[in-house]
Design a protein around this ligand. Structure first.
Ligand code: TRH
Length: 390
């Protein structure tokens, strides 16, 4: 049984939407499914507003979906620390807040929620303590794809909602219709969310020349420049629609996380990026390609390979090779058109595999549930004498 606790989640927005995307989703789930009290400290409210359009970009304090949102500014104002404190992605907590945790005399669990990786060292590092000089209890918490990790964020009713959405074609029509998009008969639907990507022109060439009608749905973002250059138009914004051969391109506005989930559910194939959209596409249970966030010294290739090994573990060798070739082409920009065409021969198998993978991940539990369990377990196991003394 879980206890009702207060949580402070700290989020420093480094770049893009991944940091706030993960913490906002986690905060909502802790409240809605685990009855926890959550404050989310965000240093960049403008980015938050993109995900939560009803929010204010200037309020010091506001509530959305029963999560208290606090603007985390440089001039830190004293705040009573929560029972569980999460620093997301190794962001640095205000020193005065750490001092207040140590001085509180309460049992406070401090967690560093790490970036997602499928590398094999993750299982060994998940839930390890990090010694603190002031008697505080801090642990590393790693999301992941295997049993011994913290799992992935997934709402309890997500797959039921997904299936209900898919079982009634009117939902798909309504969603796309709300963006002014009409479904082309017999078309395959593909969503595209990526960084600037040299693989785009070669891929669009084969889609335009292909035997099948394709509808490519692109939420506004960094990849639009590549698409605009390929189309030979100056700029692309939400509402733009173009056709080249068999390819229909539509630009959508940046939407809420729930709408974006629905977009992924609509599509036969999803191109995703970063960390959060990558996970959401896995819950969609459809074949995908991952544009991984590029890191210094090409460290991202190890992460990409590690995930691919895990993902393709029980996939037939020919389909594995074809999928690997496309993922590599997508991330190094070379040969995307040929690799896409070769992969089409394995479409059915990749579809079945994507569904199997979703079920396998569901069996691993979910990140919010594992965090709550970790806290409850820790509360029961930490001797009072070793908790931070007043
Ligand atoms: O925005 P990202 O590129 O974020 C990245 C990664 O998280 C990366 O690991 C991190 O190091 C870097 O930021 C700093 O991609 P990601 O992770 O997929 O986050 C996008 C979020 O935006 C996700 O929560 C889904 C959401 N989203 C919407 O809500 N609406 C939309 O229209 C789209 C396209 C995405």
């Amino acid at each position: 049984m879980s206890v009702k606790a207060s949580w402070d989640i700290f989020c420093a927005v480094v770049d893009n939407f991944g940091d706030i995307g993960v913490t906002w989703r986690l905060a909502r789930q802790l409240v809605a499914e685990h009855d926890q009290r959550v404050r989310l400290w965000v240093d960049d409210l403008e980015t938050f507003v993109r995900l939560c359009p009803t929010a204010s970009a200037s309020a010091a304090q506001q509530w959305h979906e029963q999560v208290e949102i606090r603007h985390w500014t440089k001039d830190w104002q004293a705040a009573e620390p929560a029972d569980v404190v999460i620093e997301a992605f190794a962001c640095e907590l205000p020193p005065a807040y750490i001092a207040a945790m140590a001085d509180s005399g309460r049992r406070i669990l401090w967690l560093n929620l790490e970036y997602l990786s499928a590398e094999d060292w993750v299982v060994g590092c998940h839930a390890l303590p990090s010694m603190q000089p002031d008697g505080l209890h801090k642990y590393f918490f790693f999301p992941g794809f295997e049993q011994g990790t913290g799992g992935l964020l997934r709402e309890g009713d997500l797959l039921d909602r997904r299936d209900a959405f898919r079982n009634d074609p009117q939902h798909r029509e309504a969603l796309l219709g709300s963006f002014g998009i009409e479904l082309q008969p017999g078309a395959q639907l593909i969503s595209l969310f990526a960084y600037e990507n040299a693989a785009i022109p070669g891929w669009l060439d084969v889609l335009a020349a292909g035997p099948k009608t394709t509808q490519l749905l692109i939420p506004e973002g960094r990849v639009l420049g590549d698409v605009a250059r390929w189309l030979g138009v100056g700029e692309l914004g939400a509402g733009a629609q173009h056709q080249r051969g068999s390819l229909h391109i539509a630009v959508l506005p940046f939407m809420t996380q729930n709408q974006y989930d629905q977009l992924l559910w609509c599509c036969d194939f999803n191109a995703v990026r970063g960390e959060e959209s990558f996970i959401r596409a896995q819950w969609a249970g459809r074949p995908l390609v991952w544009h991984i966030y590029p890191q210094e010294e090409d460290a991202h290739w190890d992460k990409l390979d590690a995930f691919f090994e895990l993902y393709s573990g029980d996939l037939a060798p020919a389909a594995t090779d074809a999928l690997r070739a496309f993922w590599r082409a997508w991330n190094d920009g070379v040969g995307s058109g040929e690799a896409w065409c070769a992969m089409q021969q394995h479409q059915m198998m990749l579809q079945l595999h994507a569904e199997r993978w979703t079920h396998k991940q569901v069996a691993n539990g979910d990140l919010a549930g594992k965090l709550v369990f970790f806290y409850t377990d820790w509360l029961g196991s930490v001797p009072v004498s070793s908790a931070a003394a007043p």
